[in-house]
Design a binder for this molecule. Structure first.
Ligand code: C5J
Length: 221
């Protein structure tokens, strides 16, 4: 069984029951001029995940293994966006407002879709989620169960928000989760560092943390 050198210890997984999950690598979060930047964030912190994640996705595809992409966003009428989420903070633009890449975080808009470098290919699953976690109000549980998935390699953005929520939700549902540190990103370097530590602390309280070259080497063995 492939084994990855990880924190807090080796992570072994059966490729036949493992999916790569790519969380919210959307233009609205990653591109200069987009929603993420309008909130005052440094998008370069997220962009540095693109190259290692593209390499991991390429290796995963070569091995013929499943990739599940998610996108955070809402219906055009915002009926699936809780008022508390809509009104949170004081951004210059809000969810549903017109932004540089179309209406912000609205399904079907250019900004809501995944960055060019990491676009899904035919046959890969794309899950549209209204929340931070990939399990809330989505078909993800059913898909994983149908495909006999037991372990998840969780990547994407942002480390301390949607990646964390998804890994916690997955852990509670019995999935073993590995997070490749170089394939997850936060706008805030300190959150990145602490967010990764939190996952693997206390003997792996809700997952394992490794580097993506070790995951790639494991599936190429
Ligand atoms: C956020 C996400 N940070 N994908 N979304 O609002 O982490």
């Amino acid at each position: 069984m492939p084994t990855v050198d990880a924190q807090p210890g080796p992570f072994s997984f059966d490729p036949d029951s493992t999916a790569l999950v790519v969380i919210d690598m959307q233009r609205d979060f990653l591109l200069p001029g987009g929603f993420g930047e309008s909130l005052g964030n440094d998008v370069s912190q997220l962009q540095k995940t693109i190259e290692p994640l593209a390499a991991l996705m390429a290796a995963w595809r070569t091995a013929g293994l499943p990739i599940i992409h998610t996108r955070e966003g809402h219906k055009p009428d915002l009926s699936d966006c809780p008022p508390a989420k809509l009104s949170r903070g004081a951004p210059s633009m809000r969810i549903g407002d017109p932004g540089a890449f179309g209406r912000i975080l609205i399904r079907g808009e250019y900004g809501h879709d995944i960055v060019d470098e990491l676009q899904p290919i035919e046959g890969e699953t794309v899950i549209d989620k209204p929340g931070k976690g990939a399990f809330y109000a989505t078909e993800l549980s059913d898909i994983l169960e149908k495909d006999g998935i037991k372990s998840l390699i969780v990547t994407g953005v942002t480390t301390e928000v949607c990646v964390h929520t998804t890994v916690r939700e997955a852990n509670d549902r019995g999935y073993e989760c590995l997070v490749p540190a170089d394939c997850v990103g936060s706008y805030f370097p300190e959150f990145q560092q602490v967010g990764l530590k939190m996952i693997a602390a206390q003997g792996g309280i809700f997952g394992w943390v490794a580097e993506s070259p070790a995951v790639i080497a494991a599936i190429q063995e």
